[in-house]
Design a protein around this ligand. Structure first.
Ligand SMILES: CC(C)(COP(=O)(O)OP(=O)(O)OC[C@H]1O[C@@H](n2cnc3c(N)ncnc32)[C@H](O)[C@@H]1OP(=O)(O)O)[C@@H](O)C(=O)NCCC(=O)NCCS
Length: 175
């Protein structure tokens, strides 16, 4: 049923007071480096359960809307392997002052360690560096773990469609 409806929207009304990213030992945060394309697609394929998986070249399709900059794509890295990602994006509909938290995912074996939250904090920090003053994101009703991360980071539901209020009530009551 939810498939026919527009995605859910969340907003952080400002980018003040972002928490410091917290990572378990042996993990670090870094932004995109040349050659990370396949790792990014690998994380997203696994996180979103894409079948068949997208090839590494899909990176350029998915992030090829003109907004890509290496410092906008963040990874949590286990030794050398990127295992979670989030990006600081823009959506013209929402204006230049609004950052968009985009393509958030973590590999299955690395869930629940705080890495998803840490990459989101890194992407939000990048938005602040670029002078944006608020952040939005699109999500889906069934993405409970993601919505838990977003609410813990100060994102709130935005109601732009008749269906949103009832759907948010259902989502938040199950968190
Ligand atoms: C969203 C995602 C990146 C989070 O990654 P992660 O590294 O596991 O996230 P964290 O460890 O930082 O936090 C996960 C939180 O979700 C909670 N959680 C996990 N599964 C949950 C579920 N089924 N229902 C509710 N909460 C859940 C955890 O308890 C934790 O919350 P807490 O810190 O308050 O205890 C990961 O779940 C993912 O890749 N999901 C699939 C892709 C996706 O939905 N992306 C977002 C698109 S908008």
């Amino acid at each position: 049923m939810a498939q026919q409806w527009p995605q859910l929207i969340m907003e952080r009304p400002n980018l003040d007071g972002l928490p410091a990213p917290r990572l378990p030992e042996h993990f670090r945060l870094r932004s995109f480096e040349p050659g990370d394309e396949a790792a990014w697609v690998g994380i997203i394929n696994e996180a979103f359960d894409f079948s068949p998986p997208h090839p590494p070249t899909w990176f350029h399709e998915r992030l090829g809307d003109g907004h890509f900059r290496p410092e906008r794509v963040w990874f949590a890295v286990d030794d050398t392997q990127p295992v979670a990602t989030a990006s600081a994006w823009i959506d013209e509909r929402w204006g230049e002052e609004c950052g968009v938290l985009h393509m958030v995912g973590a590999k299955l074996a690395y869930r629940g360690l705080g890495l998803g939250k840490a990459v989101c904090v890194a992407a939000l920090g990048q938005m602040a560096v670029e002078g944006r003053t608020r952040a939005r994101l699109l999500t889906d009703d069934f993405r409970r773990a993601a919505i838990r991360v977003y609410t813990s980071l100060g994102f709130e539901p935005v109601y732009t469609h008749d269906s949103h209020r009832a759907r948010w009530w259902a989502v938040l009551s199950k968190l």
